[in-house]
Design a protein around this ligand. Sequence first.
Ligand code: NAP
Length: 507
Amino acid sequence: MIRKAITIPHKLFATVAKPVPMMNNLLKSQAYINGCWVDAISGDTFEVKNPATGNVIGHVPNMNAKDAQLAIDAAKRTYESDEWRNLTAKQRSSMLKNWYNLINEHCQEIADIMTAESGKPITESKGEVAYGNSFVEWFAEEARRIYGEIVPSSLPNRETIIMKQPLGVAALITPWNFPLAMITRKAGAAIAAGCTVVIKPAEDTPLTALAIIELAEKAGIPKGVINVVTTNKAAPVGDLFCKSPDVQGISFTGSTEVGKMLFRNCADGIKRISLELGGNAPFIVFNSADVEKAVDGAMISKFRNCGQTCVSSNRFFVQEGVYDRFVELIKQRVEDLKIGAGDGDGVQIGPLVNKMQFNKVSGFVDDARKHNSKIITGGKALPEHGELFYAPTIVTDLSPAAKIYTEEVFGPVVSIIKFKDEQEAIQKANSSRRGLAGYFYSENLQQVFRVAKRLEVGMVGVNEGLISAAEAPFGGVKESGIGREGSHHGIDEYVEIKYICMGNLKY
Ligand code: NAP
């Protein structure tokens, strides 16, 4: 039932007030299975909206488990084909390099689509294209370094050979907040390792995913290697990924709640799963800190993508000696942020991605208010900009009973808590069940090492608010996930280690 694509881009703009530029050839309206642009078997579609305006910017197929099964079948066939299996690491590396070059060339078009569907400011979208593409480049390089080992045997006339082999078909489930980077960080590693993939992008941001897949096709990545299933009914598709014996591994980025459910569902088949889940990052400013630098770091760590990043600082702990200065400086900076639709000049804060996110963020602030916290700036909706805009907000004097004290806000809200000494800061920072990123500012070398070691997180920013990079392992501890993405460790999620015992050798 796979039909070849007839792309009719102008149809997408029927109800658009501020369209993605008309010449954007990367704007797709079909999913991608076995090298073909396809509709859902049912013919159903769903709308993709611009969160800044509420306007519809496109429609994509609303697929179900039957479509997902076709995608799995295609990925499996390709994985088992001689054409794919016999490619050398260098050939896979070249394909990824081609893909990297094409994404670079089309940065502006991809960023336009990303801003239109996610609401993030255009400068951030361009930044994400560069950041996300750095994983394609990195894994193009790593493809050639998936080394095995020969270990000296304890027995005579034997060799102990260890080799890394691709896992097989990998299902990749990604969120809306980094609609490109969360795909390339997984797919780059999977393809480098020799896997084939089925991607399920987020309902809010399927267009960025489809745009880069169009470029993967142009880059010469063979049919069936990458398949994309778009849907607004994630559960049956996710369920199939967990249960299908033809899917050897799942890589999921998203909420801890959904991650736990997938983890449970993979248990029956003892299926490999890597999970990049929610964070609740502490940001600690010690008395010894350079407070101006700390405010710079706080702004970048908190307000990127309107606070909707998993490594966003969520709880600010500021030591008594610098508390007043920090609060005064950050308040000025927050009040200076330029708010508007992501394609507006100099805009730094766009809308929240959807109504659910908006209700969550405003609910957290209302709850903090009820618990007698002080809202020193913001704390309100901004209907003059649009339905999903919320003012950058600072909350102080937080009661530990307020939800915001313990839960991930995922929005433009800075909550500041005063502390007395290092012990108290570490205890409070580690009091969360999440452990993705953590940040602290200190100019005291002894303190730097002590605190870096004691924070219960997978990633630490010391005097730095922006820490993710292709060469660094990204991932969390506790309920923030298992496994690592990026860096040379990122390949490990997509390979099996095989031991080959060569016996009775005649030397
Ligand atoms: P989410 O609701 O868990 O969604 C993430 C992805 O999972 C989307 O593609 C979603 O599809 C899909 N999904 C939802 N229910 C599913 C199910 N039952 N089975 C299979 N897939 C399912 O998370 P979100 O609200 O989009 O993202 C925000 C969360 O992600 C935050 O907690 C954030 O911290 C975390 N995050 C973590 C990282 C990291 O690297 N650790 C990075 C980014 C975000 P639909 O879109 O169709 O619902």
